[in-house]
Design a binder for this molecule. Structure first.
Ligand code: URA
Length: 214
């Protein structure tokens, strides 16, 4: 039996010895379900057409206590097959980007704006984003991170509701649901344009300094 259960059992025995034979356990309404529970609850989602070609629902992974949540666009082929976000070539680069700022992948939470793969990796349509956003908002309400890092223009436009270029999005930090939000290049864009890595490095260093300051 784990330690908490053991303590609880001892406490109940103590109450019984004190003459208390009944206890009422109220379910705290502010208590939120854990992410793994929600992932299984939502895995057969049919809120938009992206479910039609889905192999796996890619909810997200990482620490529920993460200070930082990384948000991409949507699952690609490898993610659709494995059910895990950012595991293909772009994901391997993302892991290296985190290592470069001394943050372990398992200490952050990684997810996407849409949880099912758009056909041929096209950008998700506005109605698909709209249908999927409640999942992301719920994840953020549970994790309560200090920072978000939006990867690429699709994620930035979807969450920040502004028509800007990626260079413009990168100029400032933003707020999403009261969370300080950074924007940088999507790792797939960096694989196609390695010359942009120096700009991503500038963004990551700013984020790292902020991350380490709290
Ligand atoms: N690209 C994304 O935007 N998300 C993934 O999970 C993988 C690739």
């Amino acid at each position: 039996m784990n330690r908490e259960l053991d303590c609880f059992r001892q406490y109940l025995e103590y109450l019984k010895l004190s003459g208390i034979n009944e206890v009422f356990i109220s379910k705290d309404s502010s208590e939120l379900p854990v992410l793994s529970e929600l992932q299984s609850r939502y895995q057969n989602c049919r809120n938009c057409v992206l479910n039609e070609n889905r192999i796996k629902f890619v909810y997200g992974e990482g620490s529920e206590r993460a200070k930082l949540v990384l948000i991409g666009e949507g699952p690609g082929h490898d993610e659709n097959v494995t059910g895990r976000p950012f595991v293909g070539r772009a994901g391997q680069l993302l892991t290296k980007m985190l290592q470069a700022i001394q943050i372990r992948r398992e200490d952050v939470y990684i997810t996407n704006v849409v949880k099912c793969r758009p056909p041929n990796n096209r950008n998700p349509f506005p109605d698909e984003i709209k249908a999927c956003l409640p999942y992301l908002d719920e994840q953020l309400a549970i994790i309560k991170p200090d920072f978000l890092l939006l990867l690429g223009k699709v994620a930035a436009s979807a969450l920040l509701n502004m028509k800007l270029t990626l260079a413009e999005f990168r100029e400032n930090t933003h707020q999403y649901k009261g969370i300080k939000t950074y924007v940088t290049y999507h790792p797939s864009a960096l694989l196609r344009n390695p010359g942009w890595k120096k700009f991503a490095w500038i963004d990551l260093q700013k984020l790292r300094d902020d991350y380490n300051s709290i």
